[in-house]
Design a protein around this ligand. Structure first.
Ligand code: MN
Ligand code: MN
Length: 178
């Protein structure tokens, strides 16, 4: 069940599941529910409203979920994945101005064989996957159509992904499109 994030600082608006009702947007998980099924506590955590953003149904139930499925497929093949996702840009607000509907959703993934000391195992051959998808209707179902480089996601978000990896390796694995 979706639940309010009571860990937010006082003064922060606590978004409820009802704030999305009638908005026309899905309650879209950033970290998706099926990626956290080890126990009930972990799965419940994905329904914290701070993990949710307003996602167009055609995005959430289209290429976005296809990429989530693909990530689990890679994990099932003996890999571990670091996944970072978010929204970018602004269409308008819902919930009386309290929730921004992003213009796009983005995701960055790095894929490693299961192991330890992860940072030291990243090489110029390490696979990264990045996408930017319109948060709107009629965008098809093929996540591969929305692939970009990690550098492109860094450029629009201002984040520096994989910053614990040497800049030389970052330049290679962030500069190419999967
Ligand atoms: Mn970069
Ligand atoms: Mn980086």
């Amino acid at each position: 069940k979706f639940h309010v994030d009571n860990s937010l600082p006082s003064g922060f608006k606590r978004i409820t599941t009802g704030d999305y009702t009638g908005s026309g947007y899905d309650r879209g998980h950033l970290c998706n529910s099926k990626d956290r099924t080890k126990n009930k506590k972990n799965n419940d955590a994905t329904f914290n409203m701070t993990n949710i953003l307003p996602q167009a149904a055609d995005n959430n139930q289209g290429p976005w979920v296809k990429l989530e499925d693909f990530g689990r497929q890679l994990a099932g093949q003996g890999n571990e994945l670091y996944i970072i996702s978010g929204g970018h840009g602004l269409q308008f607000f819902i919930a009386n101005g309290h929730v921004a509907v992003p213009a796009q959703t983005w995701k960055v993934i790095i894929v490693l064989p299961v192991g330890s000391n992860d940072v030291s195992r990243v090489t110029t051959a390490t696979r990264t996957i990045a996408v930017v998808m319109p948060n709107s209707g009629s965008i098809g179902s093929d996540w591969r159509a929305y692939r970009v480089s990690v550098d492109q996601v860094e450029a629009i978000t201002g984040f520096d992904f994989f910053s614990n990896v040497s800049s030389g390796i970052q330049a290679v694995i962030e500069g190419r499109v999967d």
